[in-house]
Write a protein that binds this ligand. Structure first.
Ligand SMILES: *Cc1c(COP(=O)(O)O)cnc(C)c1O
Length: 349
């Protein structure tokens, strides 16, 4: 028997996701925009986001882990997918070879694993200053690197969301590396990097957060629209008397009689306990402040502004990413990727 529709959902706005990819692609100038779809498309769900991005025009997809490959291959051919972490074990390299998905080679060690598995087209990530993952430029001359069949030469910006001299330094070093190690395609910019200007775009860009409604730089604010809208159903409505306490620890004490609602959203869904003091839900434009602690599966909100609301009615969780990041003390990236599996992902037109 099929489960009934969930009481907690993440509405995904197809037009906004399509529009964001097209905007970032246009801003990439003569370069084409790919799409970072790691971490289940930043929490939106690969099975929803990838077909929309593909239909919008994206041809180059990126995940981090090999375990993320299968879900993407349900929607795009293997030549359109690359795995950023590269092969960490011989099994990874064999899997890449068997599926035809390109590994992003990040070190001489990874180059050897790939060549040992039979080699073929791969990507190469060169570290130009993030010192996280990627081949140090000094090792470009290593024989096993020289033997690679490089499809796309990548590097990754460390500070693209800031006005840092590091951006120009990384751009210059990448241009220099690309002139010595030629590849069919060169890619440097993430979402924020696209906003740094056309000279950061090279042949391909790799936006992630901007696709999903994140605004990592102010220059993108007018082009990026919210994509993911969490919504939750009211379960129960009750009348409190002055002095009644709400939730664990009874930390909220009603100052006067008030009507409140218990809704089906908790920290197990990514709605952090630390938001209990300041968080609010919305009924249309009306603000409903949270009362007391966030529980694992529910929160209680003040219904003063929405007297007609009853059990089964839907509330919105404010999730405009730049605003929510400011209000909740988390990054826009964390806000998306922490949303739990109990939110039913639902694409709307
Ligand atoms: C995640 C990731 C991206 C996308 O970055 P955003 O800041 O989300 O646009 C691009 N490139 C690499 C290497 C990444 O790991």
């Amino acid at each position: 028997m099929q489960s009934p529709p969930a009481s907690l959902r993440l509405r995904i706005d197809r037009a906004a996701l399509t529009g964001n990819w097209r905007a970032l692609d246009a801003m990439s100038g003569t370069a084409r925009a790919g799409a970072a779809v790691k971490a289940d498309a930043y929490g939106l769900g690969v099975r929803h986001a990838v077909p929309i991005l593909r239909d919008a025009g994206a041809c180059d997809f990126f995940v981090a882990h090999w375990c993320e490959v299968a879900a993407v291959l349900d929607h795009v051919p293997p030549v359109q997918l690359a795995v950023l972490h590269g092969p960490i074990t011989a099994e990874d390299a064999a899997f890449a070879h068997a599926t035809g998905v390109r590994p992003v080679i990040n070190s001489v060690q990874q180059a050897r694993l790939w060549l040992g598995a039979g080699g073929g087209a791969c990507d190469l990530m060169v570290d130009t200053g993030i010192n996280r993952l990627g081949l140090p430029p000094a090792q470009l001359g290593e024989p096993d690197i020289a033997r690679l069949q490089v499809h796309t030469l990548h590097s990754h910006l460390a500070s693209a969301d800031e006005d840092s001299v590091q951006n120009r330094q990384q751009r210059a070093l990448f241009a220099q590396v690309a002139s010595t190690r030629t590849a069919a395609c060169r890619a440097l910019a993430n979402s924020a990097g696209i906003a740094l200007g056309r000279d950061y775009a090279f042949d391909m860009t790799r936006p992630g957060i901007g696709l999903y409604g994140g605004v990592p730089r102010a220059e993108l604010a007018d082009s990026i629209r919210q994509v993911a809208f969490p919504q939750v159903r009211t379960m129960q409505v009750r009348q409190l008397q002055a002095g009644d306490r709400v939730g664990y620890g009874g930390v909220f004490v009603a100052p006067h009689a008030m009507r409140v609602a218990t809704v089906a959203l908790g920290y197990a869904d990514g709605y952090l306990r630390s938001w209990g003091g300041t968080g609010r839900l919305q009924a249309g434009a009306e603000q409903l402040p949270l009362l007391g602690r966030v529980s694992m599966d529910m929160v209680v909100v003040d219904l003063s502004a929405a007297p007609d609301l009853g059990p089964g009615d839907w509330l919105d969780v404010p999730y405009n990413l730049p605003a929510a990041a400011q209000a909740g003390g988390l990054s826009q990236y964390e806000l998306l990727t922490l949303l739990g599996p109990r939110l039913e992902r639902l694409v709307t037109e």
